[in-house]
Ligand binder design. Structure first.
Ligand code: 5AD
Ligand code: SF4
Length: 446
């Protein structure tokens, strides 16, 4: 039987889907080339905003109608619980975000029972899914989840509810996983966690840190150092960060470890102190900007990207303008803007969702236009510099061009006339000649 996994949502889901693909393959199922070719469809769902959840549920409905053995996994399953079978009575199975390791077994049982077994599994919030460190062979980039769940309680966010308590995987296990990836040809790893700088704080990640709480705060910098020492690994990235984790110790890692990329994804959500406080983000505008200033004082080219929510309950024009000015002061290299969407059971869902849809849309557009101008300005400062780029492949927009990314996660493209050869995963030096808001254009240099 052939299977396919469809993924919605964040990188964490992308990573979980990959683990499921590896587990299904190991259990003897074959990966389908396309949906029409698949007997089994597994939908990895997201619930961070209402629209994301609807997409996954809609897709499942279509797959059921197409008579596929259909299962759902991920965040929307956990949020909806048994209700998912009221929405989709013919869904074959549903498992929560920490139970994906059971999918091959469940699929086997359903296939053997002629489609009668139906179940939903929500394994404890503290569990590490089995198969967590399984990867699909091939490729030079890999995600590695190091911190599961989230113990923050931002007012708007459903993630802690659905992904359970924070749990740091033992450093030994993470190091072994990355060593194994390196042996398979992986050159770049991206460490994942909702608030990844909290690695090792709630539970000890390193042997010997069990009783010493103060040393747990060093767990993440220590992990970065250990991974940088692995032969074959050329780049180490991570996402997402929080300003509180931008310590001197983290900065020292950037100074000492050239493999650790100088890019940080630091979701700010709002630039208004009043809104930040209501959200429970745990920093003020000033503290956030101080963290960015610290990184940029160390390296002015340090790439800083962010997430912003527009239209949070009670967000006034002044609050919104504060977000705009913060974004300008921080000089973000890139930003992702989201329109507020109330999630059942979160604290902010009790507040009236009082910013009109059209106004959310307007604020979104304003921030996008600001980012275009700012991105162009930030990128223009890089004209004339040489970027170290990992080659990804032919550019999507123009197949005569190659595309790759620098350490700051900036997209760099260059002409690659027939006869020139660039391998995916190879490191090249590109001299930047032209800047756009979203890409840099250059030419290879020796
Ligand atoms: N509404 C809109 N955006 C949200 N995000 C998280 N929860 C919500 C919500 N209820 C955004 C945040 C987060 C990103 C992944 O999604 O900006 O950083
Ligand atoms: Fe966790 Fe806050 Fe990020 Fe939501 S926004 S996932 S609560 S850190």
């Amino acid at each position: 039987m052939k299977f396919i996994v469809h993924t919605y949502g964040c990188q964490m889901n992308v990573r979980d889907s990959e683990a499921v693909e590896a587990l299904m393959t190991a259990a003897g199922y074959e990966k389908a080339e396309s949906e029409s070719d698949a007997d089994i469809v597994i939908i990895n769902s997201c619930t961070v905003r209402q629209k994301a959840e609807e997409k996954a549920v809609g897709k499942a409905g279509n797959m059921i109608a197409a008579k596929k053995l259909t299962g759902m996994m991920g965040c929307a399953v956990k949020r909806m619980g048994a209700d998912i079978f009221r929405r989709l009575p013919k869904l074959d199975f549903a498992v929560g975000p920490r139970a994906f390791g059971l999918i091959p077994k469940i699929v086997g049982e359903i296939a053997a029972s002629g489609g009668k077994a139906k179940r939903i599994l929500e394994i404890g919030d503290d569990i590490v899914p089995s198969g967590m460190s399984e990867h699909v062979a091939g490729g030079w980039q890999a995600f590695v989840t190091v911190l599961l769940g989230c113990d923050n309680r931002c007012s708007y966010c459903i993630v802690p509810e659905v992904r359970g308590h924070e749990f740091s995987r033992p450093a030994k296990e993470v190091v072994a996983e990355v060593e194994a990836l390196a042996r398979r040809g992986v050159k770049e790893v991206c460490l994942l966690g909702q608030s990844v700088l909290r690695y090792g704080i709630r539970n000890a990640a390193w042997d010997g840190d069990e009783t010493d709480f103060s040393s747990r705060h060093s767990a993440f910098p220590r992990l970065l150092r250990a991974l940088s020492e692995i032969d074959g690994i050329e780049r180490v990235r991570f996402t997402s960060a929080h300003p509180r984790g931008c310590t001197d110790e983290l900065l020292a890692v950037y100074r000492d470890c050239p493999k650790v990329c100088r890019h940080i994804h630091l979701p700010v959500q709002s630039g208004s102190d009043r809104v930040l406080k209501e959200m429970g983000r745990g920093y003020t505008r000033g503290e956030y900007l101080a963290a960015v200033a610290k990184l940029r004082a160390f390296d002015p080219e340090f790439a800083v990207t962010t997430d912003v929510i527009v239209g949070y309950p009670g967000e006034t024009e002044d609050d919104f303008e504060a977000t705009r000015s913060l974004m300008e002061e921080a000089g973000f290299d890139n930003s992702f803007v989201f329109k507020y969407s109330p999630r059942p059971g979160t604290r902010s869902a009790a507040l009236p969702d009082d910013v009109a849809t059209e106004e959310k849309e307007r604020r979104d557009q304003v921030l996008l236009a600001d980012q275009e101008a700012r991105g162009l300005r930030r990128n223009a400062a890089l004209v004339g510099t040489v970027r170290e780029v990992m080659v990804e492949g032919p550019s999507k927009r123009n197949p005569d061009r190659m595309s790759g990314r620098d350490g700051g996660n900036r997209i760099v493209v260059w002409d690659a006339p027939a006869g020139t050869k660039f391998e995916a995963g190879e490191k090249r030096r590109i001299m930047i000649e032209e800047a756009h808001a979203q890409i840099l254009v250059g030419k290879p240099v020796e």
